[in-house]
Write a protein that binds this ligand. Structure first.
Ligand SMILES: [Zn+2]
Length: 338
């Protein structure tokens, strides 16, 4: 057997597996137009199609070195169980981040009330599925939903994941409705704490980042998706200055490659800062593994092997291996499967 390097498995802290089918589709002039096509795609699914399609996507993740996934799920309860079954088939650890959706989107995304949502969550837990609370966004959940779900997550010590500050329009709408920005609303609604992960935070202002830091919340970035959708890029330096934990997700699954997520996070920050090292490779790999596991409340998750005889690593000194991995390799260096 060729020489290999053992690393903690990568943790994909934010995935919508059904969006994998949109890869390569030239749709939508901006995020909002893309979103229409995405919703149409979501509406096609049944538990049977989720079971088959997600298993393929999770196998692709596993081959790329992700050994755990946080599936941010809003397709319905039967489909949530099917996603958990698909993950088991593909041998990837799953945390089912069941989305709460009060308004907008597609009717199939929605529950009637926070109590209805919490009953669905309890159903999944009763089946032995690891879950987290996931109010979709401040667009989809009004303040009373956020308050009730935030209280529940806190009482049950469950992860709470929510999209925020991905697009400027979402911030404008939140200010118009509530008089505060999205992360300020999360703070006011009791949704920020050490088990909270805010997805994106692309356009968060300094006060919002201060609130994240004070509460111990994390940010999950999805650089390849954020690039593809024209969202912008994560404020890496401002997150780091405040000591905010960062993890990564493949989100829309336009790409499934943890090394590319980490590289794009860092190189976007290099472009804007004019510096060569905003985060070192060890720190980036920690974002890709340990921080993601913490965001999903995982204590253990499988390791991976890197093929250090791979041609992408030819001529690289042993001491430079981690840097070469992050800055010079694609996920094909991961030795796939036992
Ligand atoms: Zn998302």
């Amino acid at each position: 057997m060729a020489e290999s390097l053992t690393l903690p498995g990568f943790v994909n802290a934010h995935s919508h597996a059904f969006q994998r089918s949109l890869r390569g589709r030239r749709i939508g002039g901006d995020f909002w137009a893309w979103r229409e096509a995405m919703i149409a795609e979501a509406e096609k699914h049944t538990p049977q199609t989720v079971r088959a399609d997600y298993a393929e996507t999770y196998r692709e993740m596993r081959a790329a070195g992700y050994t755990a996934v946080g599936e941010f799920h809003y397709l319905g309860l039967g489909e949530a169980r099917a996603a958990a079954d698909a993950a088991a088939e593909a041998d990837i650890e799953i945390t089912l981040l069941l989305s709460a959706y009060a308004r907008g989107g597609s009717p199939r995304f929605r529950q009637d009330s926070p109590a209805d949502y919490l009953a669905q969550l309890a159903d999944l837990r009763a089946d032995g599925i690891r879950v987290g609370c996931a109010p979709h966004s401040v667009r989809a959940c009004p303040a009373d939903w956020l308050e009730e779900i935030g209280r529940h997550a806190d009482a049950e010590r469950l992860p709470l994941h929510i999209h925020a500050d991905e697009q400027p329009r979402e911030i404008e709408e939140c200010v118009a409705e509530h008089g505060v920005r999205p992360i300020e609303l999360l703070d006011r609604s009791g949704c920020l704490g050490p088990r909270t992960t805010v997805i994106h935070a692309t356009h968060a202002d300094d006060r919002e980042l201060d609130l994240l830091a004070a509460s111990g919340a994390r940010v999950c970035v999805a650089p390849t998706t954020e690039a593809n959708l024209g969202d912008g890029f994560a404020p890496l330096e401002r997150l780091r200055e405040r000591g905010i934990g960062i993890c990564v997700g493949s989100d829309s699954n336009v790409r499934i490659d943890p090394l590319e997520e980490l590289r794009e996070l860092e190189t976007s920050a290099r472009r804007s800062s004019g510096r060569r090292e905003v985060c070192d490779a060890e720190t980036l790999l920690c974002f890709g593994a340990d921080e993601g596991a913490a965001a999903l409340a995982l204590e253990t998750w499988p390791e991976i092997e890197i093929d250090i005889g791979h041609r992408s690593l030819r001529g690289v000194d042993r001491a430079d291996l981690l840097d070469a991995l992050v800055f010079g390799c694609a996920a094909e260096v991961v030795v796939s499967g036992p």
